[in-house]
Write a protein that binds this ligand. Structure first.
Ligand SMILES: [Zn+2]
Length: 380
């Protein structure tokens, strides 16, 4: 069994509905806990989840009509969880007595029934409807899911039977150089260009950021000015979101291709040295932005959604999924400096785009040379 947990892209209506479900689950749990305590005090007996559920339907549901607005699985599973919490308390040493749940702390609920994964990154849930996920989901059938909230974001998690998809391979190993000019260069000659829209967006971003800063610098703060600043910030946030979407899409295409391409391979190797250097950029953006607008958590997380940590995580996930082995080169491995033809090593400043070997005269595109070196990495 494999398990997956991924972030949900929810609209306001869905957000409310999810919060309602979590609220009912918490209410049922807390009611059940209070009922168990009272029962134990008067009769020294323990209540099972089934008994509790029967009482809940009779005593609580009729009094609280909002219970009917959510799936009945949510309170039912909450009571099962409570039963387990008691069981653990009695059988596992040092396990504490079940605690009352607080709103906003580990909000979660459970759903089962007609759940279906549609078109990769959509999932149909009972009572909630169709929800989009940030990640492509495996096309498997699932019986139940847990939905939880962490720091204002909703996540879905479930278990499924894992069977790697066997792929015909034409190539055992492929080297991939993650670069600055191109998003990635592969040792079979494939190049993934940096997305143009991303670059353009970045330019706009600088402009919009400047606009925000300018409004911040105004000496005479008045209501209109603050309003304009808020507007500029909103515009900036929108742009950030757009850029992050473009980037996420590009990364997704690359990582899927890299870990699985029917005509190719089954081994893929990635160089993360440039990553480490390149990672400085997106991370810088995030932190400087966070400093400038500390109250805009949403803004910061929209950028944090992408970037190279996400890239690596997706890569690991996809390779696992397609049964490819991922080798990440040591970050000190000088893939750009070595001649892929004779093994000679020479300094390669960042602005030099062509590898021109001073030993054997071999000439090659800088990134392609690095990709070939990475393909040969394991043999060393
Ligand atoms: Zn050479």
């Amino acid at each position: 069994m494999q398990s997956i947990k991924t972030k949900l892209k929810v609209n306001n209506k869905q957000k409310t509905l999810l919060a309602k479900h979590a609220g009912v689950a918490r209410h049922a749990y807390n009611w059940g806990l209070a009922a168990c305590i009272a029962e134990y005090q008067s009769t020294k007996k323990r209540l099972s989840a089934i008994t509790l559920h029967k009482r809940l339907v009779r005593e609580v549901k009729s009094q609280n009509p909002w219970y009917y607005e959510v799936s009945k699985c949510a309170p039912q599973q909450a009571l099962r969880n409570l039963e387990r919490a008691f069981k653990n308390f009695f059988t596992i040493p040092k396990r504490g007595f079940p605690k009352f749940k607080k709103k906003g702390k580990k909000d979660s609920f459970y759903l089962e029934g007609s759940i279906k994964i549609l078109k990769g990154n959509y999932i149909k849930l009972p009572r909630i409807g169709i929800v989009k996920t940030y990640e492509i989901l495996p096309s498997v059938s699932i019986k139940n899911v847990t939905i939880s909230k962490r720091a204002n974001n909703w996540y879905i998690s479930f278990k499924y039977n894992y069977q790697p998809i066997p792929t015909a391979k034409e190539r055992d190993i492929i080297g991939v150089d993650v670069g600055i000019n191109a998003l990635a260069t592969c040792s079979d000659g494939t190049k993934f260009a940096n997305v143009k829209a991303y670059k353009q967006g970045k330019k706009r971003l600088t402009l919009d950021q400047r606009r925000v800063n300018k409004k911040e610098l105004g000496f005479l703060r008045n209501a209109t000015q603050t309003k304009n600043r808020a507007k500029a910030i909103k515009k900036l946030a929108k742009l950030h979101k757009k850029i992050s979407d473009i980037r996420a899409d590009a990364l997704h295409k690359l990582t899927t291709w890299a870990s699985f391409e029917p005509q190719h391979h089954s081994h893929r190797r990635f160089e993360c040295k440039w990553n480490a250097q390149k990672a400085v950029r997106p991370r810088d953006d995030v932190s400087s932005l966070a400093e400038r607008a500390p109250r805009h958590h949403k803004l910061a997380s929209a950028i944090a959604d992408c970037g190279f940590y996400e890239f690596k995580r997706q890569l690991i996930y996809n390779c696992e999924w397609y049964g490819s082995e991922l080798v990440i080169a040591d970050r000190f491995y000088p893939s750009s400096q070595i001649c892929s033809h004779c093994g000679h090593q020479q300094k390669m400043p960042l602005n030099v785009r062509t590898y021109d070997c001073s030993n054997c005269g071999f000439q090659s595109d800088r990134d392609f040379n690095a990709a070939v070196n990475l393909e040969n990495y394991v043999n060393k």
